[in-house]
Write a protein that binds this ligand. Sequence first.
Ligand code: HEM
Length: 177
Amino acid sequence: MSSSNQYNRLAIVFHWLLALLIILSMIIGKVVLERIPNSDPEKLNILQGHSIFGIIIGLLMIARYLNIKLRGKPDPIDSSGKLMRQTALWAHRIIYLLVFITVATGLAMAVQADFPAVFSGVATLPESFNHLTARTVHNLSTNLLILVLLTHISAALYHQLIMRDKILHRLRWKRMD
Ligand code: HEM
Protein backbone atom coordinates (compact mmCIF):
# COMPACT_ATOMS: atom_id res chain seq x y z
CA MET A 1 0.00 0.00 0.00
CA SER A 2 1.51 3.35 -1.02
CA SER A 3 1.13 6.57 1.01
CA SER A 4 -1.29 7.89 -1.67
CA ASN A 5 -3.68 5.20 -0.44
CA GLN A 6 -3.67 6.82 2.98
CA TYR A 7 -5.52 9.87 4.28
CA ASN A 8 -3.40 12.95 4.93
CA ARG A 9 -2.21 13.28 8.52
CA LEU A 10 -4.53 16.16 9.39
CA ALA A 11 -7.51 14.07 8.19
CA ILE A 12 -6.27 11.20 10.39
CA VAL A 13 -6.07 13.48 13.46
CA PHE A 14 -9.58 14.84 12.75
CA HIS A 15 -11.00 11.33 12.31
CA TRP A 16 -9.74 9.87 15.60
CA LEU A 17 -10.27 13.06 17.62
CA LEU A 18 -13.87 13.34 16.37
CA ALA A 19 -14.48 9.64 17.04
CA LEU A 20 -13.34 10.15 20.66
CA LEU A 21 -15.29 13.38 21.24
CA ILE A 22 -18.51 12.05 19.64
CA ILE A 23 -18.41 8.83 21.68
CA LEU A 24 -17.75 10.82 24.90
CA SER A 25 -20.62 13.24 24.11
CA MET A 26 -22.94 10.30 23.45
CA ILE A 27 -22.04 8.65 26.75
CA ILE A 28 -22.37 11.91 28.71
CA GLY A 29 -25.69 12.69 26.97
CA LYS A 30 -27.30 9.27 27.34
CA VAL A 31 -25.85 8.05 30.62
CA VAL A 32 -25.55 11.29 32.60
CA LEU A 33 -27.46 14.31 31.23
CA GLU A 34 -30.68 12.54 30.34
CA ARG A 35 -30.97 11.09 33.85
CA ILE A 36 -30.24 14.20 35.92
CA PRO A 37 -33.18 16.57 36.52
CA ASN A 38 -32.60 20.22 35.61
CA SER A 39 -33.19 21.13 39.28
CA ASP A 40 -29.96 19.30 40.29
CA PRO A 41 -27.17 21.93 40.68
CA GLU A 42 -24.62 19.36 39.37
CA LYS A 43 -26.36 19.43 35.97
CA LEU A 44 -25.06 22.89 35.13
CA ASN A 45 -21.37 21.87 35.04
CA ILE A 46 -22.06 18.73 33.00
CA LEU A 47 -24.24 20.67 30.56
CA GLN A 48 -21.51 23.30 30.20
CA GLY A 49 -18.92 20.62 29.39
CA HIS A 50 -21.31 18.89 26.98
CA SER A 51 -22.05 22.16 25.15
CA ILE A 52 -18.34 23.01 24.80
CA PHE A 53 -17.57 19.49 23.48
CA GLY A 54 -20.51 19.78 21.05
CA ILE A 55 -19.32 23.14 19.69
CA ILE A 56 -15.75 21.80 19.30
CA ILE A 57 -17.19 18.79 17.39
CA GLY A 58 -19.08 21.16 15.04
CA LEU A 59 -15.94 23.23 14.34
CA LEU A 60 -13.77 20.12 13.82
CA MET A 61 -16.33 18.71 11.37
CA ILE A 62 -16.15 21.90 9.29
CA ALA A 63 -12.32 21.84 9.39
CA ARG A 64 -12.32 18.14 8.46
CA TYR A 65 -14.67 18.73 5.53
CA LEU A 66 -12.54 21.65 4.21
CA ASN A 67 -9.33 19.62 4.59
CA ILE A 68 -10.77 16.76 2.51
CA LYS A 69 -12.22 19.15 -0.10
CA LEU A 70 -8.90 21.00 -0.49
CA ARG A 71 -6.46 18.10 -0.23
CA GLY A 72 -8.60 15.23 -1.50
CA LYS A 73 -8.85 11.69 -0.16
CA PRO A 74 -7.32 8.38 -1.23
CA ASP A 75 -9.00 6.30 -3.95
CA PRO A 76 -11.59 3.79 -2.70
CA ILE A 77 -10.02 0.57 -1.50
CA ASP A 78 -9.45 -2.03 -4.31
CA SER A 79 -11.42 -4.81 -2.61
CA SER A 80 -14.68 -2.76 -2.64
CA GLY A 81 -17.20 -3.43 -5.39
CA LYS A 82 -19.39 -0.64 -6.84
CA LEU A 83 -22.25 -1.31 -4.41
CA MET A 84 -19.94 -1.30 -1.38
CA ARG A 85 -18.33 1.96 -2.54
CA GLN A 86 -21.73 3.64 -2.97
CA THR A 87 -22.90 2.37 0.43
CA ALA A 88 -19.75 3.70 2.11
CA LEU A 89 -20.12 7.07 0.36
CA TRP A 90 -23.72 7.45 1.55
CA ALA A 91 -22.92 6.21 5.06
CA HIS A 92 -20.26 8.93 5.33
CA ARG A 93 -22.65 11.61 4.04
CA ILE A 94 -25.30 10.50 6.54
CA ILE A 95 -22.77 10.65 9.40
CA TYR A 96 -21.87 14.26 8.46
CA LEU A 97 -25.55 15.21 8.19
CA LEU A 98 -26.51 13.64 11.54
CA VAL A 99 -23.58 15.22 13.39
CA PHE A 100 -24.50 18.65 11.98
CA ILE A 101 -28.18 18.17 12.91
CA THR A 102 -27.14 17.11 16.44
CA VAL A 103 -24.87 20.13 16.90
CA ALA A 104 -27.47 22.50 15.39
CA THR A 105 -30.30 21.23 17.62
CA GLY A 106 -27.97 21.39 20.65
CA LEU A 107 -27.25 25.03 19.79
CA ALA A 108 -30.98 25.67 19.28
CA MET A 109 -31.67 24.38 22.82
CA ALA A 110 -28.84 26.57 24.12
CA VAL A 111 -30.42 29.65 22.51
CA GLN A 112 -33.98 28.80 23.58
CA ALA A 113 -32.96 28.13 27.20
CA ASP A 114 -30.53 31.11 27.13
CA PHE A 115 -27.42 29.12 28.20
CA PRO A 116 -25.13 32.20 28.23
CA ALA A 117 -27.36 33.78 30.94
CA VAL A 118 -27.72 30.44 32.78
CA PHE A 119 -23.97 29.71 32.76
CA SER A 120 -23.12 33.22 33.96
CA GLY A 121 -25.54 32.82 36.90
CA VAL A 122 -28.04 35.48 35.77
CA ALA A 123 -30.83 32.99 34.89
CA THR A 124 -31.79 29.44 35.88
CA LEU A 125 -32.42 26.35 33.76
CA PRO A 126 -36.03 25.66 32.69
CA GLU A 127 -37.78 22.86 34.62
CA SER A 128 -36.90 20.50 31.75
CA PHE A 129 -35.99 20.59 28.03
CA ASN A 130 -38.68 18.07 27.06
CA HIS A 131 -41.12 20.65 25.68
CA LEU A 132 -38.54 21.91 23.12
CA THR A 133 -38.80 20.57 19.55
CA ALA A 134 -35.00 20.87 19.28
CA ARG A 135 -34.74 18.43 22.23
CA THR A 136 -36.91 15.84 20.39
CA VAL A 137 -34.81 16.17 17.21
CA HIS A 138 -31.53 16.07 19.23
CA ASN A 139 -32.73 12.80 20.78
CA LEU A 140 -33.73 11.37 17.39
CA SER A 141 -30.51 12.39 15.63
CA THR A 142 -28.32 10.99 18.44
CA ASN A 143 -30.20 7.65 18.30
CA LEU A 144 -29.81 7.49 14.51
CA LEU A 145 -26.15 8.49 14.83
CA ILE A 146 -25.52 5.58 17.22
CA LEU A 147 -27.07 3.21 14.67
CA VAL A 148 -25.08 4.59 11.70
CA LEU A 149 -21.83 4.67 13.68
CA LEU A 150 -22.28 1.05 14.78
CA THR A 151 -22.78 0.09 11.11
CA HIS A 152 -19.71 2.16 10.15
CA ILE A 153 -17.55 0.43 12.80
CA SER A 154 -18.89 -3.05 11.82
CA ALA A 155 -18.11 -2.38 8.13
CA ALA A 156 -14.56 -1.26 9.00
CA LEU A 157 -14.02 -4.39 11.14
CA TYR A 158 -15.46 -6.62 8.36
CA HIS A 159 -12.92 -5.15 5.90
CA GLN A 160 -10.05 -5.40 8.36
CA LEU A 161 -10.72 -8.85 9.85
CA ILE A 162 -12.69 -10.82 7.22
CA MET A 163 -11.57 -9.30 3.89
CA ARG A 164 -8.12 -8.59 5.33
CA ASP A 165 -7.64 -5.60 3.03
CA LYS A 166 -5.84 -3.51 5.71
CA ILE A 167 -8.45 -0.75 5.49
CA LEU A 168 -7.39 0.69 8.86
CA HIS A 169 -3.88 1.33 7.49
CA ARG A 170 -5.47 4.18 5.54
CA LEU A 171 -6.06 5.93 8.88
CA ARG A 172 -2.63 5.22 10.38
CA TRP A 173 -0.17 7.96 11.28
CA LYS A 174 2.75 5.83 9.97
CA ARG A 175 3.22 6.21 6.18
CA MET A 176 3.27 2.92 4.25
CA ASP A 177 5.51 2.51 1.21
C1 HEM B 1 -22.17 15.94 18.06
C2 HEM B 1 -22.38 16.63 19.16
C3 HEM B 1 -23.34 16.18 20.24
C4 HEM B 1 -23.68 14.91 20.64
C5 HEM B 1 -23.14 13.58 20.11
C6 HEM B 1 -24.67 15.05 21.68
C7 HEM B 1 -25.27 14.00 22.36
C8 HEM B 1 -26.32 14.12 23.24
C9 HEM B 1 -27.09 13.03 23.77
C10 HEM B 1 -26.84 11.56 23.46
C11 HEM B 1 -28.06 13.54 24.58
C12 HEM B 1 -29.15 12.77 25.30
C13 HEM B 1 -30.29 12.76 24.29
C14 HEM B 1 -31.39 11.81 24.60
O1 HEM B 1 -31.30 10.64 24.27
O2 HEM B 1 -32.40 12.24 25.13
C15 HEM B 1 -27.91 14.98 24.59
C16 HEM B 1 -28.69 15.88 25.29
C17 HEM B 1 -28.52 17.25 25.28
N1 HEM B 1 -27.55 17.96 24.57
FE1 HEM B 1 -26.26 17.19 23.22
N2 HEM B 1 -24.93 16.39 21.89
C18 HEM B 1 -24.13 17.12 21.02
C19 HEM B 1 -24.07 18.48 20.90
C20 HEM B 1 -24.71 19.39 21.73
C21 HEM B 1 -24.52 20.83 21.70
C22 HEM B 1 -23.62 21.60 20.74
C23 HEM B 1 -25.31 21.35 22.71
C24 HEM B 1 -25.48 22.77 23.17
C25 HEM B 1 -24.72 23.79 22.84
C26 HEM B 1 -26.03 20.24 23.33
C27 HEM B 1 -26.96 20.35 24.34
C28 HEM B 1 -27.70 19.31 24.85
C29 HEM B 1 -28.82 19.48 25.77
C30 HEM B 1 -29.35 20.79 26.33
C31 HEM B 1 -29.33 18.19 26.03
C32 HEM B 1 -30.55 17.84 26.87
C33 HEM B 1 -30.18 17.38 28.23
C34 HEM B 1 -31.44 16.94 28.98
O3 HEM B 1 -32.51 16.81 28.42
O4 HEM B 1 -31.28 16.71 30.16
N3 HEM B 1 -25.63 19.06 22.72
N4 HEM B 1 -26.85 15.32 23.74
